[in-house]
Design a protein around this ligand. Structure first.
Ligand SMILES: Nc1ncnc2c1ncn2[C@@H]1O[C@H](COP(=O)(O)OP(=O)(O)OP(=O)(O)O)[C@@H](O)[C@H]1O
Ligand SMILES: [Mg+2]
Length: 242
């Protein structure tokens, strides 16, 4: 059984169809990168998967169960965690408490256990020594790491990462790439990432690349195939990858 199945999803905002019949499957243990130009629908697709939006038509199945109508917290409880493109921590709460919120959102933990899980997640991303600082005092790179820790603290089966490298410098991107690879290897999850414009990281991390354009999937396959597809090169990359 597929971990995730997105079937022919349409999502409209007024007259604009942000998703025009998108289908996608992810196996357990598979790392899929979603790439494509700005506004192609990548974030909207993640929002439909984790329940921020309900699609106008189409279905989302998780572990064989139709979750299309379930709210975000119910999906989180089932094992879908999300790191957002724009980190919005609670700035007046400590770093640890921000992650505790993530651990509690997915349910099933008492406060004591949630704190342990949160501390573990902070150590894992390298933010352990910042646990008691206010989140509002973190650097941008640290906010990205906090966002990842918050998602991991939900103990996800499916981890959705929305451009978690955007705004980072090359050294920080390298660190984040290694971290995500460790997560994928060590934790029992399938990750789904958007790493637009950073094709090097996509090639290093993904088993499969899904290319979106104007609300549709225009190409799909192993990185070296999808990123050398003539239409993908023309619409998105400008020149073949490598
Ligand atoms: N809440 C919303 N209300 C109205 N339009 C929206 C909303 N969210 C997204 N859109 C529109 O839907 C389209 C797809 O947006 P989306 O954010 O999914 O793109 P994206 O691929 O994530 O882009 P980026 O790479 O810039 O993050 C865009 O035209 C965007 O303006
Ligand atoms: Mg986006």
């Amino acid at each position: 059984m597929k971990l995730l199945k997105v079937e022919n999803v349409v999502k409209k905002f007024g007259g604009l169809a942000a998703l025009q019949g998108v289908s996608l499957e992810i196996d357990k243990g598979e790392f899929v990168a979603i790439v494509g130009p700005n506004g192609s629908g990548k974030t909207t697709l993640l929002n439909v998967i984790n329940g921020v939006y309900k699609p106008d038509s189409g279905r989302v199945l998780f572990e064989g169960r139709d979750i299309t109508k379930l709210p975000a917290y119910a999906r989180a409880k089932m094992g879908i965690s999300r790191a957002f493109q724009v980190p919005r921590p609670f700035p007046d709460m400590t770093v640890l408490d921000n992650v505790v919120v993530g651990a509690l959102f997915n349910g099933g933990l008492d406060l004591q256990r949630a704190k342990e899980v949160a501390r573990e997640a902070l150590e894992y991303v390298g933010l352990g020594r910042k646990a008691d600082e206010l989140a509002g005092r973190l650097t941008f790179n640290e906010l990205r790491l906090l966002e990842l820790a918050r998602a991991l603290a939900g103990r996800p089966k499916l981890l959705l990462l929305d451009e978690v490298m955007a705004g980072l410098n090359p050294g920080e991107i390298d660190n984040m790439t290694k971290l995500i690879r460790r997560v994928v290897e060590e934790k029992d999850i399938a990750a789904l990432s958007l790493v637009e414009h950073r094709m090097k990281a996509v090639v290093q991390l993904a088993h499969r690349v899904v290319v979106m354009h104007q609300g549709k999937v225009i190409a799909e396959g192993p990185p070296d195939v999808a990123l050398n597809d003539p239409m993908v090169v023309e619409i998105y990359l400008g020149k073949p990858w490598r």
